[in-house]
Ligand binder design. Structure first.
Ligand SMILES: [Fe+2]
Length: 293
């Protein structure tokens, strides 16, 4: 084929040239993903008639996201969260399991820590000086048909009644409100904690500036995080939300889907009770990337 000079004023010809340049990508999945990203980026720039200074501002924003990421915070995860992208990807990935009765997933978020302490079933995960009403949590891990999964690893983490994770809060002990449990022969686990509060996502980086520019609030409804891993089952990362939280229907990261809202039932002694059922789909067991040491 005789090479033809690129007509730079023809966006269609430019796009085709860029897509041709992608044709040599060896990994077939990467080739597909890159081609779609290129097509959508070009369409996006055309739709808004993107100006050179706006392109530069967008690139500077991405650089700022990278610079705001470190061992204590992953600004990139936060960006995917506040744009709803993390929730979209997770819900799409789990839709067959959810249609079959599996527990709906919710995003892992930036606060899961590696090496959360192993605790016995029924143990407290809140240090004695943690304020707030007691919350007694019981749970059961089953397959989609309801058969118990024994020996499943259940990790949980939550914010304090002040709305802070321990690694954000010098007043809390290391690994407070975090734990790792193993289900018993009937798939059950449990622990004692305190009722969590909602909290704002971190706003000290470029994502905070983006939320402000959009005129959005920064709050997540109160929730407990879970990650459940069992041999022969897909890993389930989810959260259960306080249905009475003022932001239960208005989560800044769009994670509080309806099936994960729960009422924290009064236990008659000033505390609350929460039961969660975690239904896993069979498949390869792959733990998600843990964002914090
Ligand atoms: Fe959280």
């Amino acid at each position: 084929m005789t090479p033809v000079p690129l007509n730079p004023s023809d966006p269609k010809a430019l796009l085709e040239a860029v897509l041709r340049a992608n044709e040599g990508t060896a990994d077939p999945r990467l080739k597909t993903v890159l081609a779609a990203a290129i097509r959508h980026l070009h369409a996006f720039a055309l739709e808004v008639e993107l100006q050179p200074d706006e392109l530069q501002a967008g690139l500077d924003f991405l650089v700022a996201v990278g610079k705001a990421t470190g061992p204590r915070k992953h600004e990139g995860i936060l960006l995917a969260d506040i744009l709803g992208l993390a929730t979209l990807v997770q819900l799409r990935g789990a839709r067959h399991a959810v249609e079959a009765g599996g527990t709906e997933p919710a995003l892992v978020g930036p606060f899961w820590r590696a090496g959360q302490p192993e605790r016995a079933n029924g143990a407290r995960i809140a240090s004695e000086d943690t304020p707030g009403p007691r919350l007694t949590v019981t749970g059961r891990v089953t397959d989609l048909a309801g058969a118990p999964i024994a020996g499943a690893r259940v990790e949980t983490w939550q914010a304090s009644p002040k709305g802070l994770y321990e690694n954000q809060d010098p007043a809390q002990a290391d690994m407070n409100l975090r734990g790792r449990f193993t289900t018993d022969g009937d798939g059950r686990f449990g622990f004692v904690s305190v009722r969590p509060a909602g909290y704002p996502v971190p706003t000290d980086g470029p994502c905070g500036a983006l939320l402000a520019a959009q005129g959005r609030h920064t709050m997540r409804p109160a929730h407990l995080h879970f990650i459940v891993a069992a041999e022969g089952f897909k890993v389930l990362a989810t959260q259960f939300f306080d249905a009475e939280d003022p932001h239960a229907f208005d989560d800044v990261v769009f994670g509080a889907v309806g099936s994960l809202l729960r009422r924290f039932e009064p236990d008659g002694e000033g505390g609350f009770r929460l039961h969660v059922d975690l239904k896993l789909e069979r498949g390869a067991t792959r733990l998600p990337h843990c964002p914090l040491p």
